[in-house]
Design a protein around this ligand. Structure first.
Ligand SMILES: Nc1ncnc2c1ncn2[C@@H]1O[C@H](COP(=O)(O)OP(=O)(O)OP(=O)(O)O)[C@@H](O)[C@H]1O
Length: 274
């Protein structure tokens, strides 16, 4: 479905675009407004994080952008079409906190899973070749024949990222993908994700609780507030590239994380973890 006339001009300039998005959930006869009047615009190749107190609606917003949830009000466009259409056209890749791998399949076969469903016309050799390339991209070519139980948490998440990238989506939507990992693995995964982002040029939307992670990764952070959730500030992150371990010690890092921490604390009941 093409954008409506009001949406056409603004949505054409952005890769992901939302205007006036509100979401209601009904429970026991009561309707609660969870997201209220959210506007956002993410350029092609952007890296945007959503951060905010627990339960404020970050995952709900991601689901709306991914076409998994229909808003009560508002419009969303991904690459000029509705999120549901973008998902149908396989323009959106999803990565969640849990890697959700099939335990009986090895890493290579897990990367192949979505391709085998989607690309009925492609040969087995083609699919295996693409999956092998993706495992190489995430640095796991030597672990191709290992099952999930033989991989670390970080390695499992790399497999799930390879599985998403194998479909060559334009957009990666990631919901706390490193939330279950220890602090050092998490930092390593952040560096790894930035490398992938720079190599592939994907647009990334990343939900996190971690201030440090948001600053390190993003070009822009959308800070969400509660009651009902809205975006209280969109903060550009000017930390220079390449972003590496030493970036955490730069004055720009301290300034950006200090500002984010204040925004989260100022009346929004912060539960950010680092
Ligand atoms: N399917 C649903 N039905 C009813 N309420 C829901 C549903 N999904 C989410 N909610 C409610 O919507 C609000 C936002 O939830 P959401 O998971 O989007 O928040 P979040 O910011 O991602 O939370 P967290 O940081 O803890 O993961 C919460 O109050 C939650 O209980």
């Amino acid at each position: 479905m093409p954008p409506t006339s009001s949406a056409t001009k603004d949505s054409a300039a952005a890769h992901i675009w939302a205007k006036g998005v509100s979401v209601d959930f009904s429970h026991a006869g009561q309707t609660n407004r969870v997201l209220h009047n959210i506007d956002m615009s993410i350029p092609r190749g952007g890296f945007v994080s959503l951060i905010g107190p627990s339960g404020c609606g970050k995952s709900t917003l991601l689901k709306v952008l991914a076409g998994l949830l229909q808003p009560a009000e508002g419009e969303v466009r991904v690459a000029g079409v509705t999120p549901a259409e973008a998902a149908r056209q396989r323009r959106i890749g999803l990565v969640f906190q849990e890697a959700t791998l099939m335990p009986w399949k090895n890493a290579l076969d897990n990367v192949k899973v979505l391709m085998e469903i989607a690309y009925k016309d492609r040969s087995k050799e083609d699919i295996t070749q693409r999956a092998t390339e993706m495992l190489r991209l995430v640095g796991l070519e030597k672990a191709a024949l290992k099952r999930p139980s033989q991989l670390s948490g970080g390695m499992r998440q790399r497999v799930s990222i390879a599985r998403a990238l194998a479909m060559d989506p334009e957009v990666l939507m990631m919901d706390e993908p490193f939330g279950a990992l220890d602090a050092i693995t998490r930092e390593e995964m952040s560096e790894f994700l930035l490398e992938i982002w720079q190599r592939t040029g994907k647009t990334i939307v990343f939900v996190t609780h971690s201030i440090d992670e948001a600053v390190f990764l993003s070009r822009e952070v959308h800070v969400m507030g509660t009651g009902p959730a809205r975006i209280v500030e969109t903060m550009p992150i000017t930390l220079p590239y390449p972003r590496v371990e030493e970036s955490y010690s730069l004055p720009e890092f301290a300034v950006a994380s200090g500002r984010l921490r204040r925004l989260l604390k100022d009346g929004h009941g912060s539960k950010a973890t680092s």
